[in-house]
Design a protein. Structure first.
Length: 466
């Protein structure tokens, strides 16, 4: 474990390497990016599968995971406000191998998550174009084409830098807030119009204990509410990162909690529970909610286009952060210096960006081979989430064994660690119908094990070389 002197020397080295990066991010940029990144569009559909019990489950997830994770992120970022975020926290708090494996799993999570974008965008087209065009949105070649176009656009925006990217992210965050405001208001509009007989957004029930309810409850914790640490990857590109990142967490947390709880209530009010679309529940709700409102129904397709833009903006946040991980690993000599070279004009890691783009496209194509669309989505989603959960297990371990922390923060870390561990245990079980549950679980387990073996081999080889 690094000593205080070793940490200080490493911190000075990282800050020196970050000096050439532009400081483009302020508090408003970070806060809207937090809202955009954390509020995953499918989660209100996943939560609605539990019926009125979702209110209790959201509150439990907030108490035992969301608030503890916010506290840990604020503490670690103030102690180590460095480009690379969680990678640096794990490296300086525990050791270099742990830091590299955290970066490896975080990198894979972001690649797999971004590679889902084509699947999700084509599902949105289904609601825009109507059921008569379902043959197009269900076509593998069309999904592949959409994925290629989206990933190419992400590469270009990310090379241009956060001076442009932050506007994409801020706009996405603002659109997310506006869309959820509309989503939350829609049941009330239907109630006033007479097309909804009753609406009680905070009506609740005691959750039924079952394998499915435990699965969904775990995903409503870590799965839906994780993400506060991600913007810290750009700490070296922030103005006053120790203060601004902490404040962005504090501002975004209550807003996001309200969005999830009331948004889920709208799904339940307007869509039968057995018909909820787990890939794109919000377009489904908007379509169902606006259709009875006469002329107002014209708003639905426009709003669904906005949601499509939000999803692409989320992918941009994910992609931009992911391109920094090979760069900071290159600073430490764990990857070739090729990854650290900055664009002459925009001061962005152009080589790393192109490499991550190529890998993301490759995973996107691989996810479409031999499985149905819903199963492909679940396979990519579950595998990427487990990679991310592994990094969170380490993050929560750092206050316990890595850096000095007060007792209340250690209690938060224990709570967050256990909630994340529960998520890992249940994540191999899909919540949609798949060809074979055993095959599905086997694919995920094999991917997790083999990719981490590869990651360890990359680390060992880089250390032998150096």
């Amino acid at each position: 474990m690094p000593t205080v002197r070793t940490r200080a020397a490493a911190t000075a080295s990282i800050e020196g390497s970050s000096a050439d990066l532009r400081k483009d991010l302020g508090l408003l940029d970070l806060t809207l990016t937090q809202v955009l990144f954390i509020v995953g569009l499918p989660w209100v559909g996943v939560a609605a599968k539990q019926g009125p019990a979702h209110v209790v489950l959201w509150l439990l997830a907030i108490a035992f995971f969301y608030l503890p994770s916010a506290a840990v992120v604020i503490h670690l970022n103030r102690a180590m406000p460095l480009e690379g975020g969680l990678y640096q926290w794990a490296k300086l708090g525990i050791n270099e191998l742990t830091g590299f494996m955290v970066a490896w799993n975080l990198w894979l999570f972001a690649i797999l998550n971004t590679s889902e974008t084509g699947l999700q965008v084509t599902q949105y087209f289904h609601y825009i174009l109507g059921p008569e065009e379902e043959w197009l949105t269900g076509s593998t070649w069309f999904v592949a084409l959409v994925s290629t176009v989206v990933i190419a656009a992400l590469v270009l925006v990310t090379i241009r830098g956060l001076s442009v990217g932050k506007w994409v992210h801020k706009t996405g965050g603002a659109l997310m807030l506006a869309t959820f405001a509309m989503l939350i208001a829609l049941p009330w509009l239907n109630l006033a119009h007479g097309t909804l007989s009753a609406f009680h957004p905070l009506a609740t029930a005691v959750p039924v204990l079952s394998l499915l309810s435990v699965n969904i409850a775990a995903k409503m914790g870590f799965g839906a509410l994780g993400g506060f640490e991600y913007v810290a990857i750009h700490a070296g590109e922030c103005r006053n990162p120790a203060r601004s990142i902490a404040r962005s967490v504090t501002l975004a947390a209550p807003i996001i909690a309200v969005m999830f709880i009331l948004g889920t209530s709208s799904v339940l009010a307007l869509v039968p529970i057995d018909q909820i679309d787990l890939i794109a529940p919000i377009p489904q709700v908007l379509s169902a909610g606006f259709t009875p409102l006469g002329p107002a129904a014209a708003v639905a397709p426009v709003t669904i286009v906005v949601l499509l833009l939000i999803r692409i903006a989320q992918a941009s946040v994910m992609f931009a952060g992911n391109t920094r991980l090979p760069m900071v690993a290159g600073w430490d000599g764990l990857l070739p210096a090729w990854f650290t070279r900055l664009h002459g004009r925009y001061h962005t890691p152009a080589n790393s960006i192109v490499f991550v783009g190529a890998m993301t496209l490759a995973f996107s194509m691989a996810g479409l081979i031999g499985v149905g669309k819903q199963e492909a989505f679940q396979l990519l989603w579950n595998a990427s989430a487990i990679f991310y959960a592994i990094t969170y297990l380490v993050m929560f371990a750092i206050p316990l064994v890595g850096v000095p922390s007060p007792p209340w923060l250690k209690a938060c870390a224990v709570s967050g660690f256990l909630m994340t561990l529960l998520f890992v245990v249940v994540s191999i079980l899909p919540i949609v119908q798949v060809t074979s549950w055993l095959s599905f679980a086997g694919k995920i387990s094999l991917v997790i094990m083999l990719t981490n073996v590869v990651g360890f081999a990359v680390f060992a080889r880089s250390r032998r070389r150096s």
